[in-house]
Ligand binder design. Sequence first.
Ligand code: FES
Length: 239
Amino acid sequence: MTSPYEVLGIDADADDGEIERAYRRRVLETHPDHGGSAREFQTVREAYEAIVDGDGTVDVDRIEEGSDGPGEDGTGDVAGGSEAGGDSEGGADAAESEPAATVEYLDYERLTDHGWDLGDEDLFEKAAAADLPHAAYGKFLVQPGESLLEAAENRGFAWPYACRGGACANCAVAVLEGELSIPANNVLSEELIDGDIRLSCVGEPLTDELRIVFNVKHLPGLEELRLPPHPFDRARADD
Ligand code: FES
């Protein structure tokens, strides 16, 4: 057993701010995209959760290589994710009896292109009529047990992310209708949450239908919360 504080590299009497900063630093250090491993990354996540839950130790030996963390290629543990481009089939290993959620999505970059605003009441109606490419606007189902980011990736989309652990704002989305859970938010302020900003890497739908704008990482208050790298940016740069 290892002290979770030791895993994060802080003293046992660290305050909340020190814990949050250490978590973000360690997530970045241990992410496979930064030379770490899935095991290290998972250990850091469990250490943080242990501190939050008041547990005193983390069983590092129990954490198997690659368990429940991002893959070595940084794409994450996307269970059953082979339906790229599909609109109605999910990829999560979840109970079939639970209903999937329908997510209507729009790329924030398209708002600027068309002179639209997040506050436009008919934003999604305008997007639907604009003949946008499937990568920028459309719908897909999120199966029970999938995060929004996993669902997007399982359907072949390259949405932005960095840590996949609730410690940056790279994967942020604006939820305009419906609700997305925030189970591991370590970075969003109350103001951002009140503004319906959520993290797609850890957020799962809480309603049957959602309308979300993804790729909002450049919004005020989010830019400074980003972490490198930015796979989505790299993908676009290669377009
Ligand atoms: S990718 Fe960092 S919080 Fe989602």
